[in-house]
Design a protein around this ligand. Structure first.
Ligand SMILES: Nc1ncnc2c1ncn2[C@@H]1O[C@H](COP(=O)(O)OP(=O)(O)OP(=O)(O)O)[C@@H](O)[C@H]1O
Length: 615
């Protein structure tokens, strides 16, 4: 491919980047901001920063001397502040230069941390709802500078003119937007008011809203944040925080935990969820920075295990990203996350020590979260392990209750193993805990650390078989030929067959089939299928001495007694297959195709036999 000849400029001529403003606004709206509504947050944020700068300039000014007024009458949206204002030079430098921000200027470097903005792009978000931004400003830093008017348009053009002092008698800035017809949704008075409340309810400078109908402006942030107010009693404080949590999140918290990290100027409240959430599903938290709502779904301020709370926090020193909808993952954020996690642990420790009723309700709902925490946290494990509920052969019980009746606690490694053995183990007087759920087995094994008198062991099929009573020699001999037939019929499943007595007598058979045994069977089956091939050799070499599955027939069961006495070989075989099928179904593990067809076949054979007998 040849490039067309283009008139080339002499080497080394410097040119200036051209910015396609429409393209840039499109980029912001589709990739940076989640919705056009952020225009109002950016306008408010600029007004707040300007007001903060004005207080910096006039530290003696009384609280509330400088405010922010918001108007929306359906045709215009206007934000007016008593902030530091702009001179004509400022307007050229900051308003007309994308990416430049007065808040990064060296002169105010020490104040930079006081501002929310820093990127110099926020104002562009106004183009999401309007084609033109109109700014009229008067500088408080240079009081005799003329009033300056700037009009910036979405096509990238702008104009600046100066006006006499009477055009804006006091320092500050007024920004007016004339919304496009397609943006009415975001600029209607009711919506503007709602957005102002949404983003600005915790702002520290007074903000009012006026819908142009002539009434007095409504306060957007009439009260300080609930944690910053004074209350007559600690109870009143707790109730107010819970009511705030309910207003923000829509649920009545089980409890509230006040958060206060002076080092980063963070305050807020964590609301304990009254209902369980699926493990690992993290809930977003509301993060305000310097009062401005930044993120509604921030996950990063708490560790993963803290999914039992939702927080509202307001921080001075967290850094927003450019979209201002999430936080920079920096050292401060990591330190905040650790410190907040510590607060939650302290709350758990406090209720564990002093509020058993609350602890009970908390663990009923959030035991999964606590288990995931206890696995990595020795202190929480020691404090709470005795109180945590587990599925056991005595039903749902805390480990403390369970260990009182079972000095040896057996634990299964899977839910299905527990299902297989629970009824029989419990009838044999064994105490078994279902260790198949996430964290449970690991936690049960740590019980002796806090209850040294208790021992914990893994329950394997052999342990259980050892607890089942053998039958007497005579019975064993009488059943020998049936057992041999049954072993032969079930050899394809690598399953041994034995006769024992165990309770409950209503259970005809028990299939002890550990996960390792099943893996081993799958492996040897593959090795057989691949015989001679490379894979067959490899799999053949991997043969392990894994336990075989065991079908244990219950001599106490009337059906089994009849079966072992059958002298018709075909029927005996079918009955063994049927007993295996029923025991496999009872274990509730997924059946293999060969097992399903065995169940079908044995059912039909037995049916045919029964019908033949009747006819
Ligand atoms: N209400 C205002 N009063 C005074 N100056 C303002 C006002 N609004 C905007 N400015 C000036 O315009 C500049 C650009 O504003 P813009 O919102 O685009 O960026 P920013 O606030 O500096 O940073 P960010 O992109 O993080 O919001 C500001 O740095 C500030 O100098």
């Amino acid at each position: 491919m040849t490039l067309p000849d283009t008139p080339s400029s002499p080497a080394g001529t410097d040119r200036t980047f051209q910015v396609d403003l429409r393209g840039l606004v499109d980029l912001l709206s589709h990739h940076l901001y989640s919705s056009p509504r952020v225009y109002l947050r950016e306008l408010l944020q600029n007004a707040v920063d300007a007001t903060t700068a004005r207080y910096g300039l006039e530290p003696a000014a009384t609280d509330g001397a400088f405010g922010i007024r918001l108007y929306a009458d359906g045709s215009h949206v206007r934000v007016e502040d008593d902030g530091v204002g702009l001179t004509e030079a400022d307007v050229h430098a900051f308003l007309s230069t994308i990416g430049r921000s007065s808040k990064r200027a060296e002169a105010i470097a020490e104040q930079r941390a006081d501002f929310i903005g820093q990127f110099g792009i926020g104002l562009l978000s106004c183009f999401l709802v309007a084609d033109e931004i109109h700014v009229r400003s008067r500088s408080a830093r240079t009081p005799d500078a003329p009033v300056v008017e700037w009009r910036g348009r979405g096509d990238g053009s702008y104009s600046v003119r100066t006006l006499p002092a009477s055009a804006r008698p006091r320092p500050g800035t007024t920004i007016t937007l004339t919304p496009r017809a397609d943006a009415q949704e975001w600029t209607r008075p009711v919506r503007v008011h709602a957005l102002a409340r949404h983003f600005g309810s915790l702002l520290r400078h007074p903000v009012t809203f006026d819908d142009g109908t002539g009434g007095p402006g409504a306060a957007v942030n009439p009260e300080p944040a609930p944690w910053a107010r004074a209350y007559p009693t600690p109870g009143a404080r707790t109730r107010a925080l819970a009511a705030y949590g309910e207003e923000v999140f829509g649920f009545t918290p089980l409890d509230t935990i006040e958060l206060d990290l002076p080092a980063v100027g963070l305050r807020g409240v964590a609301c304990v969820l009254p209902e369980a959430v699926p493990a690992g599903r993290r809930h977003g938290h509301r993060v305000h920075v310097k009062g401005m709502l930044l993120a509604e779904q921030a996950e990063e301020i708490l560790p993963e295990w803290a999914f039992f709370v939702r927080c509202v926090v307001d921080a001075e020193s967290l850094r927003p990203t450019a979209s201002r909808e999430s936080l920079y993952e920096d050292d401060t954020l990591a330190a905040v996350r650790d410190a907040l996690a510590e607060r939650l642990r302290a709350w758990i420790a406090r209720i564990a020590a002093s509020d058993p009723e609350l602890l009970g309700s908390f663990l009923r709902v959030h035991h999964l979260a606590v288990k995931s925490l206890a696995v990595h946290d020795d202190e929480i494990m020691r404090m709470l392990l005795p109180w945590l509920p587990f599925e056991t052969t005595d039903g749902h019980a805390t480990l403390d209750e369970f260990a009182r009746t079972h000095r040896t606690v057996l634990v299964t490694s899977s839910v299905e193993e527990f299902r297989q053995v629970a009824a029989i183990a419990s009838a044999a007087g064994l105490g078994v805990v279902n260790g198949g759920y996430t964290y449970d087995r690991e936690l049960v094994h740590r019980l002796p650390e806090i209850r040294p008198e208790v021992s914990v062991a893994d329950l394997d099929p052999a342990t259980l078989t050892a607890h089942l009573d053998s039958v007497d020699r005579e019975t064993e001999l009488a059943a020998a030929s049936y057992l041999a037939l049954a072993r032969d019929a079930l050899a394809v499943f690598d399953c041994d067959v034995a006769l024992r007595t165990f309770q409950p007598a209503s259970a005809p058979a028990l299939l002890l089939d550990s996960r390792e045994a099943r893996h081993e069977r799958t492996r040897s089956q593959l090795a057989r299928e691949q015989q001679g091939g490379v894979w067959g050799d490899i799999l053949g070499h991997l043969r392990q001495e894994a336990p075989r599955a065991q079908l244990i027939l219950n001599q106490l069961n009337p059906l089994v007694r009849t079966a072992v006495a059958i002298d018709e070989p075909e029927l005996a075989r079918t009955s063994a297959e049927a007993l295996y099928g029923q025991a496999a179904m009872l274990s509730r593990r997924p059946l293999r195709p060969a097992e399903s067809s065995l169940i079908n076949r044995s059912f039909l054979d037995l049916l045919a036999h029964a019908l033949r007998k009747d006819s």
